[in-house]
Design a protein around this ligand. Structure first.
Ligand code: CP
Length: 297
């Protein structure tokens, strides 16, 4: 595999080896053996965590970043296409291209034309594989195993690329997926368990992953369907296992999918996810840099 676009065709052993190496990077963020060259960050949609954690990961490995920055200040504002932008930046010689884009761009076709490995940093509703992997790394690091069997997604499930990537991981590790949220924002997928009540959903789950409303992917009207029963709060959390964990990929809309008191719950690991995000992206970057080196020999 020369690009990292989704988690199909990846086995348990590969995933666990990325996670174990990420765990090592968490403890040793700046290894003595450093890389040279640059990584291009091409983000055509807004991002805080993914963009900056890739930048931090590159820095930790000794790599420079070639960051396109805001599209408004690039030649996209003069009518250059996203595809031409990527082709031109890739021609400058970065060792990896990290790309975030909407569904309108065919990342698979574009990647096949570029001279270096492409890492998917969030592709429309299709996939956000580094996010699902960093969630897995964060959960794994608690008990050094895939100890959780049931993940409950809470909020806007239907528009979430994070859920799509978790569904791929769930197949690999035989994890069950459930959902709770406004009915209009749930996935119509027979492989996902849907519940009659929030309490029933929480009693079922080992892990809860909150999801913000993806307002950029639907009309704001569905937000009126976000009722108090769809907001995780201290009362509902009484139904959730004392050994369970709560995650959220961010950004969080406090007062919508999660009430602010969730931040004080001892079971939440929201900022730990972010730290794992840097380490996991280091782990992936090393894998793809080494794979490319072998390919070039
Ligand atoms: N979780 C995530 O993708 O966050 P950003 O949109 O801030 O990168």
């Amino acid at each position: 595999m020369s690009h990292f676009l989704d988690l199909t065709e990846i086995g348990q052993d590969q995933l666990l080896s990325w996670i174990e190496r990420a765990h090592w990077f968490l403890k040793n963020p700046r290894p003595s053996s450093q890389f040279s060259g640059s990584v291009a960050l091409l983000f055509f949609e807004a991002s805080t965590r993914t963009r900056l954690s890739f930048a931090q990961a590159a820095f930790n490995l000794g790599l420079q970043t070639l960051d396109l920055g805001e599209t408004a200040s690039s030649s996209i504002s003069k009518g250059e296409s996203f595809e031409d932008t990527c082709r031109n930046v890739a021609a400058m010689g970065p060792r990896l291209c990290v790309i975030r884009c909407g569904d309108e761009l065919d990342l698979a076709v574009l990647a096949s034309e570029l001279p270096c490995p492409v890492l998917n940093a969030g592709w429309g509703k299709k996939a956000h594989p580094t996010q699902s992997l960093l969630d897995l790394a964060c959960l794994w690091s608690e008990r050094k195993s895939i100890w959780f069997r049931r993940i409950l997604f809470w909020g806007d499930v239907s528009h979430s690329r994070v859920v799509s990537s978790h569904q791929e991981i769930a197949k690999i590790f035989s994890i069950e997926i459930g959902q709770w949220g406004p009915p209009a924002l749930l996935k119509k997928d027979e492989g996902i368990k849907t519940f009659q009540s929030a309490s029933q959903a929480l009693q079922w789950a080992d892990v809860v992953i909150g999801l913000r409303s993806q307002r950029e992917r639907h009309s704001g009207e569905v937000l009126s369907q976000f009722l108090p029963e769809h907001s995780l709060d201290i009362e509902k959390l009484k139904f959730f296992s004392s050994s369970g964990l709560i995650l959220h990929p961010g950004p969080i809309h406090w007062g919508c999918e999660f009430q602010p008191e969730v931040a004080k719950d001892s079971r939440q690991r929201i900022l730990q996810q972010v730290s794992h995000g840097v380490a996991l992206r280091q782990s992936l970057m090393v894998h793809f840099l080494e794979a490319k080196r072998c390919q070039d020999i």
